[in-house]
Ligand binder design. Structure first.
Ligand code: ADP
Ligand code: TRP
Length: 323
């Protein structure tokens, strides 16, 4: 650890991690280990804004730890931890809340969505972006790999960091979002954004049969086998693209356009491409997931690395504001 730029990201332990999470965040995050010092965490404080099932929360946190392990995260040289193991985050959230304009929170997408759906809004959901800003700022993070849907949160984070630095003097590093253009938003089975909250996901670590079944369920238009098809508007092709070489993509695209290939066949090819990449991690996952002492060890060593930095940054901030 040391001279490399720091990459940080978080994922909520709510529901089953899916291909959207994998392509938008987990995969780029793991790839960044080669060039960055990486800090990744389970956003369990954030999950509390919407879940009230303690057992499920604990199990989901282990699922995520096992997923990162199965996908090859190097826990010796990088940190993987629970957000709630770093209590300084909540202290910093209070301090930052005191310079956060209420209007900025009222413009946040998640809050606006909840209001438009007439859902009840708790204070946790309302101040979600402040907590997220602190997650990022408390580790002096340089880069934050996330999906497109998190862009606004990153903008809010930068705004708050700049505002604090301006009011109290330089305390925070200004982070940058890293958003993969090709995979910015992965469509789900029904064509909307793949999301746990829409129940339209392909679960990342599902057993092979279930995984194939999910892919076979992807919605397409109702063109017959003979008809030419448009790869650019097809949800199956959108997924295939993320798991194949350019040559393979071109070949399948021309088969779409030529007609004579049904969506069933396209789905089978899509399944094969995805499965080639995910088969081995899935097997690793089944083994690691059972080993709770190993998972606890990973989380403890991550906590120790992350907390050391969080304590330094919190001290710096306390001094700036006069605490
Ligand atoms: P969900 O929307 O399923 O609840 P999260 O909000 O926990 O997922 O997202 C965790 C990470 O995965 C974030 O970085 C988010 O941007 C990314 N992500 C989630 N869904 C998608 C998607 N459909 N396409 C690309 N990235 C996604
Ligand atoms: N809000 C993110 C999501 O819903 C999860 C998250 C919490 C996060 N804190 C973060 C992501 C800090 C990146 C950095 O997916």
């Amino acid at each position: 650890m040391g001279a490399k730029p720091r990459s940080l990201s978080g994922i909520k332990p709510t529901g089953t991690p899916h291909l959207g999470n994998y392509l938008g965040m987990i995969k780029p995050a793991i790839q960044m280990q080669q060039t960055h010092e990486t800090f990744y965490f389970i956003a369990d404080y954030h999950a509390l804004t919407s879940t009230h099932d303690p057992n499920q929360l604990r199990e989901n946190a282990y699922d995520l730890t096992a997923i990162f392990a199965a996908l090859g995260m190097d826990f010796e040289n990088h940190a993987f931890f629970r957000q709630s193991d770093i209590p300084e985050v909540t202290e910093l959230t209070w301090i930052l809340s005191c310079i956060t304009p209420k209007g900025l929170m009222e413009r946040a997408h998640a809050f606006k969505d909840a209001i438009s759906k007439k859902q009840e809004v708790n204070m946790g959901l309302f101040s979600y972006p402040v907590l997220m800003a602190c997650d990022i700022l408390i580790y002096d993070s340089n880069f934050v790999p996330v999906g497109q849907d998190q862009r606004q949160h990153l903008e809010i984070t930068r705004d708050l960091a700049i505002r604090f630095n301006h009011l109290f003097g330089e305390a925070f590093v200004i982070p940058e979002a890293i958003i993969q253009k090709d995979v910015a938003t992965i469509p789900g089975l029904d064509g909307r954004k793949m999301s746990k909250s829409y129940g339209n996901v392909v679960p990342l670590m599902a057993p092979e049969k279930q995984f194939r079944k999910a892919i076979m369920k992807i919605t397409t238009d109702s063109k017959t086998v003979e008809e030419p098809k448009d790869p650019d508007t097809c949800n199956v092709f959108a997924l295939y693209k993320c798991f194949s070489t350019e040559t393979d993509q071109k070949e399948l695209a021309s088969r779409y356009r030529a007609g004579g290939m049904g969506y069933g066949e396209a789905k089978q090819l899509c399944f094969e491409a995805l499965n080639a990449e995910l088969r081995e991690p899935r097997e690793n996952y089944q083994n690691i997931r059972k080993d709770l002492p190993q998972l606890d060890g990973i989380l403890e060593s991550g906590r120790d690395k992350a907390r050391a930095i969080a304590m330094q940054v919190t001290e710096r901030v306390r001094a700036k504001v006069g605490l």
